[in-house]
Unconditional design. Structure first.
Lengths: 380, 380, 380, 380
């Protein structure tokens, strides 16, 4: 099976997330990176491309040029990864979608709701796929959890607890020249949400993905503890889901001792589930009135949903990159089906797309508006 | 040292908490149970007293009789434990306080704010001590945590996460004849709070005890998932502390897989602390920029505050009863100092009393009012 | 029910284990301490007794005097706790057994095999009970584990892994005046085993208690890492059980980071069990081909064997003192049945006695002999 | 940087470990798989190659043909992965080494000591590198552990506890047609060691890798619990290291509930380390007299040795495949230096090679001989 020809926008030398996308694209041999507009200047883009072994002729100074010229090549890219800061997502994605090039885009969708709506329109019109890398949905035990909820193992859901604490912004790194900290605390590049946009959206997305429920309304209390920080670095949110379930969501970048402590707990009438991103190969299942069970990836009691996105036997841990790669693998399958004129399969629905992206944008927006209104309830 | 003569109101044969108080009173040999009004009828009281080896002449049919007659005996009780359902606390406590008999009372303080105020007035007038068994404050590692916060090990506090989930009311046990479930879900006996009153107050109390902060305002979303249940069995609360810290509090009795999963996490500018009641001999300390440290009860790095309430070396776990007994031991010390005419010592301030009780009542009341007002902020 | 009148030999002011025995005896109100030969000199014994509120007339200078005089009193002690260093156990126990006073004795049984045999003979002849405080057998989840093995939940046992590492002798504390370290590293007072005698016997006892199997032969490699230390402070042992199961046992006092990390793992044809003393309220049960289950004390899936020795609901941890108290409670029941002329009940067989003590002595002796013979197999 | 052209011997469709090697080779884009003798028949080899997108002309029926023809191509493979059952390792590796093609070989080295010696001679003569995939040495926290021991953070090592339990052979799968089980329990294909060869060698290798110590002598008690099984499926080993440290090693394939529970604990005079393969991003460091510290991959307190083999920030777990890929990345570096005529760098010494392979063979052989001699000590 030939790999899909892939381009990348953003992800130059220093960027953490670009390297992640490249490994994820390569891990299962589904994609071959052949072109890039990797940095904001032609020189840097060329240098980053050289380091990656790209043909210099396919290292572009900006995404527009790349879209135009790649679309014109017979061996042009079939798909592109957009891994820039948030404010560039929409324009870049649109440029490729308009040319029928499939887009795999980092989250959150965009930095403004206006951009998001433009992008949504572009996706609707395009003859190309749009995949949003809400990567945590790619973890096998998250797939397992979703399947268990869908199968009724928990009964009707009552309570959802989602949290994503970090500690890396406990001190004002954005004033000390750390590039990651600069753009992520800058409303112009990140959007209206700080921690809620960067990581709260992951917690929100995961809660919805696993439960199959949508947030109907929320009340949010956002805080900025970092001195002079404009965007929130800590957010407390109460959730009301359609159908009656209730939830809480906490995102923080100022909680010392937390690295990427994304954690989801879901409780229904008949049982509960608990999962932690930092130990992703385990899923606690707590059927009411029975001992807690620790289900392991591919282990006894784990099912087809997890196995479909696992590579190795239980007891040998798969991690973040593998979960990320599961989205790329899913995208590759969908792209190939589309290229072959085949209909989508059921699992294609597991790929986060524009709907998940818009849900995330509404979540961020609602959090900001609620908080500005002293945590009043805001409908999504 | 002679044990203090103790009486008990409530705590008859079937009651879980009465047995706990008796073990806690006895564990360090500070108290000797000699009298009781253990049940609501004289016959049951006598039977329960007989099972405990009490002199039948000191098994009373009600607390009023007990207060009167014990006060008249030269060898009458010096202190009394009040372990009835909440709605009896105030009247019982007042009866003994009025006679100069020290009161050790279960929480929450009372079932109504009116009763709470009467009791507070009685405490203010009485020449006797009033101790409220917010027992989780007796755990050594909670003392350690409080001392660390007070010593500045965390810097100014920013974020507090407190939770107390259980699962025992996931099904409507109150309709199946379980006495514990009946009174705890009955507003007449429990008060206005369901899970917030029964266990949310513990989480609230612990958060304040460890941080030394007071909740200034809260927004609460209370739910009753149990069919036909009047009181909340799940509560989501956002907290604003005096001084600017923010928090979340979750109490639940419908979260399958949770037994008594009280957990506290506190984050300051310089570090964090994490503690879980079900593994109480451990305290995670996470100084910013250093590896996480696991401090054990009486182990390396644990200090005087924990050692003062520990009985055995590290690695041999102490549990719930020992923590409970630490309140009794603290009460015994305070009582003896008072009897000897000695001034209180600094550690006497660690004993929860009427102030903690009133704070709990305000917390319950605020949660209920906020929730009735669609989770609007309510000042405490 | 009247408490049983109890005396104590050893356990003066500084001794850790004496205080433990006193709390354990008192916790369930089964015993009342009324006499003692608490220290090796009359003065110290009197001072220690005074601190405990004992009648000075019943604070004796040595155990012989105590045995004689208490036996002569109409209100004399009915039982005695022997909590001295090991080399005194035999003589003290014999003095009381000979007078029909029940003996609760700390482990290991004695410091020499010769003494052990004398004691065994005395127990055989005596009209009194002899209970050895292999206290870890009192933990509810150990009782649960034993019941599960007996019920066949694991199938025939294949492999047993037992270990008890500590770190407190990593440095030569015995040369720095620490009394505990002095006698425990002194062959004259401890016997031929260092770590194997002090804690290896616990691991051995627990392995046998849970599996119901006996060690048939062992090969041991004992080491003394502490400079100038005569007795072993680290021991590696391979075990062959009657019936074909195999095992390993590790005891150490020089493993930094380990407090009292006693741990037992048992594997049969159909499943496994894992238990750790420092988190004693949990038992992992791993049925082959199913997810691991975490059984909690008194929680869902825990059975009658654990409930029989539990005091409080699941999720509220019980610890070391409660486990210890379970042996005292068991002893109290057996003593009362004997006093009442009633036959023993089935659970009396759970109390470690002279047989467990002799098995421990044979274990120590075999370890020492095997190690002297370069870890050759030695039959027990 | 151009990827290195890679061939593969073994690793056809069903083989677990072949897929692992391919992902590991690809993950960091250091290798490009271009040829294979993937199965034992030309047809299967061709089919497996087709599934991987290999040029049919480079899918060979056996390794001899592949070595000969690839060596003759100007674009022939530069390196080969040997991932067959053990008895094929030596002949295959020799065929490529003789032609100057670098070999990356699965462990254990060979199935017989005779083969091992031939291979060692071939390596000594060859102008090509030989890397043995003792893959667990590639985990970042194992590198961290090794560096800490080397830096003296633990002081002189006293005690080593290594174990690798699994449960997959608890039932006689080899009689039920499972190919993996068949060859791994067959002496003709696996060699003299069962669990000791398959996984015990990993535990042994890791213990030596981290401590820098060599096993001087061992005493082993091997068992075969599976009915009719010839090779050991459970092994208990006592270790004596050069320099005086002592250890225990346990390997098992019949311990229900254990998937790949490789675990290493190392204790020195000044501190200890604990690591578990199933949670590989954590390393416990226990300096004597201080609280335990949990060091995370790339987190606070982790050092250069771990960072050198990490791809992503702390809190995002890397797993088994990433660790495996670290050996491939290390091999790629060494191969490129050799191709460029550059001298080896210090980190090349971290790559397990023929010495580690011979040490493993001696370990297996010593275990088998010791066990045959009733667990007598055998020098390595």
């Amino acid at each position: 099976m030939q790999p899909i020809r892939l381009g990348m926008v953003g992800g130059g030398n220093d960027a953490f997330i670009g390297a992640v996308h490249r490994i994820a694209a390569r891990l299962d041999a589904h994609f071959d990176l052949v072109a890039g507009a990797l940095s904001s200047t032609p020189e840097k883009s060329l240098a980053s491309g050289a380091a990656l072994g790209l043909d210099p002729a396919r290292c572009y100074g900006n995404f527009s040029e790349m879209a135009e010229r790649e679309a014109a090549r017979p061996d042009g890219i079939e798909a592109v990864s957009v891994v820039t800061p948030n404010h560039v997502h929409a324009a870049a994605a649109c440029a490729f979608l308009a040319r029928g090039i499939h887009v795999i885009c980092d989250k959150p969708l965009t930095s403004t709701m206006e951009d998001a709506q433009k992008l949504a329109a572009a996706v609707a019109e395009a003859d190309a796929l749009f995949v949003l890398t809400h990567n945590y949905t790619g973890y096998p035990m998250i797939r397992q959890a979703r399947a268990m909820v869908a199968d009724g193992a928990l009964g009707p859901i009552r309570v959802v607890q989602a949290e994503y604490p970090q500690d890396w912004l406990s001190t004002p790194l954005e004033k000390e020249g750390l590039k990651q900290a600069e753009w992520r605390t800058d409303p112009a590049r990140s959007g209206a949400g700080g921690s809620v946009g960067d990581i709260g959206t992951h917690a929100h997305n995961l809660a919805c993905f696993v439960t199959g429920l949508e947030v109907e309304a929320l009340a949010a209390d956002l805080q900025s503890f970092g001195p002079g920080r404009v965007l929130d670095d800590n957010a407390h949110v109460m959730l009301r889901f359609a159908g009656g379930a209730r939830g809480m969501l906490w995102s923080s970048q100022v909680a010392p001792g937390n690295e990427n402590a994304l954690r989801l707990r879901v409780y229904g009438e008949k049982g509960g589930l608990e999962w932690a991103q930092e130990d992703p190969n385990y899923l606690w299942f707590t059927p009411l009135g029975e001992p807690k069970r620790l289900v392991t990836r591919n282990g006894s009691g784990a099912g087809a949903a997890a196995a479909a996105v696992s590579r190795i036997p239980p007891g040998h841990p798969e991690g973040y990159l593998e979960g990320f790669a599961n989205l790329y693998a899913g995208a590759a399958g969908a792209i190939r089906r589309k290229q072959a004129g085949e209909p989508p399969v059921e699992d294609d629905a597991l790929l986060p797309g524009i709907d998940a992206g818009m849900a995330g944008m509404r979540f961020i927006s609602a959090c900001v508006r609620s908080s500005q209104d002293n945590a009043a309830w805001v409908s999504l």
